[in-house]
Design a protein around this ligand. Structure first.
Ligand SMILES: [Zn+2]
Length: 127
């Protein structure tokens, strides 16, 4: 297999280096007990997934940008296609954002780490 794509590993909970090992221990963002538990090292290639203490504070900026992008898109969909129901936009935006929080939390961590790690050919990282 060729180099894993960053987009793939960010979207599918994979290590940004090999694209094979899992990043968070659970597949689902809605496993309320364990959704935030990460593997400290990639179970496949051994990549350090927690490079330094406080590394993931930077992920705040990623999740902030996801929230903003999501709200803009959600709003534009309402304005363009459901204009008579704009009230529902206001009523639904807070619960929808709360429901998306665990998902964005995980997405933000994966994309933040992916900024710093180059994907590598699987054969090259196997040991
Ligand atoms: Zn890996």
């Amino acid at each position: 297999m060729a180099k894993p794509s960053k987009l793939y590993s960010v979207l599918f909970n994979k290590c940004p280096r090999c694209g094979v090992g899992d990043f968070f221990i659970t597949k689902s963002a809605y496993n309320l007990k364990n959704f935030d538990k990460m593997n400290k090292r990639c179970p496949h290639c051994g990549e350090n997934l927690v490079p330094e203490p406080g590394f993931y504070q930077g992920a705040l900026y990623m999740s902030y940008s996801f929230y903003v992008a999501f709200m803009v898109i959600y709003f534009l969909i309402f304005v363009n296609f459901f204009e008579p129901y704009l009230d529902y936009f206001l009523m639904s935006i807070i619960p929808v954002l709360i429901i998306l929080t665990p998902y964005f939390y995980r997405l933000a961590r994966r994309s933040w780490l992916a900024l710093f790690i180059k994907p590598q050919d699987q054969e090259a990282v196997k040991h």
